[in-house]
Design a protein around this ligand. Structure first.
Ligand SMILES: Cc1cc2nc3c(=O)[nH]c(=O)nc-3n(C[C@H](O)[C@H](O)[C@H](O)COP(=O)(O)O)c2cc1C
Length: 207
């Protein structure tokens, strides 16, 4: 597969995990790809916490279920109905969670290129996640990003230090198949935005 094939194949996976646990050799290749991401000032501000303890997976899944219920309760009736069948995580089915964290203090005080745009630190960690996601896809391993959580809850659960923040819980595991169409499109939650809408030439066009 070339890079375009992998980009097209990649999906946010929730329901297609096989239930097998990804083996460590594959997992380490995927994490190596993540760790090769570009980063501002070469600061590499990410860490990856691999979580497989069923007790931790269950505790997190229960918390996420609470957050899903809260979100659902806030929706107007028609959106609530559209949301009903949408699965938002595969925490226990995937068997492996990777908590990606970001450390803004990594690299010291003079991070080359971060002085003017402090968020470039966080952008770097997100690029590591994208590398991870694409490498996993090439390995036939699915990734599902879960953001239905309270940051203090996840911080406490994983024992994340004070100056480090969790950025994502990624459900990672072998998949039966990759859906061709994103779940949120398939279930009528939100359609794909045409590329033409996102491209501007010379100046930002207000559309
Ligand atoms: C920052 C971020 C947070 C996300 N959080 C969730 C989430 O909590 N639950 C979920 O099911 N999907 C989550 N997703 C996945 C998106 O819903 C998904 O990427 C989008 O619908 C497009 O589908 P695709 O990734 O399969 O192309 C998240 C994605 C991103 C980038």
């Amino acid at each position: 597969m070339n890079v375009y094939d992998v980009i097209r194949l990649r999906r946010d996976v929730r329901a297609e995990f096989t239930g097998e646990v990804v083996d460590d050799a594959t997992l380490l290749r995927i994490l190596d790809a993540a760790h090769r991401a570009p980063s501002v000032g070469n600061s590499m501000p990410w860490d990856f916490v691999v979580v497989r303890d069923p007790a931790t997976l269950n505790t997190f899944a229960d918390h996420v279920a609470d957050k899903r219920r809260e979100f659902h309760a806030d929706l107007p009736a028609d959106r609530a109905e559209t949301f009903n069948p949408i699965k938002i995580e595969g925490i226990t089915e995937s068997g492996t969670g990777i908590v990606v964290t970001h450390s803004q203090s990594r690299g010291g005080t003079h991070v080359l290129g971060r002085a003017t745009v402090p968020e470039t630190g966080l952008y770097s960690t997100i690029l590591a996640i994208q590398n991870l996601w694409l490498a996993a896809t090439a390995e036939g391993v699915g990734v599902g990003w879960v953001s239905f959580y309270d940051t203090p809850f996840l911080t406490e659960l994983i024992g994340i230090p004070e100056d480090v923040r969790p950025v994502a819980w990624l459900c990672v595991g072998p998949v039966r198949e990759f859906q061709q169409i994103p779940d949120l499109e398939r279930f009528g939650w939100r359609d794909r935005r045409p590329l033409d809408d996102a491209i501007h030439w010379e100046h930002f066009t207000h559309r």
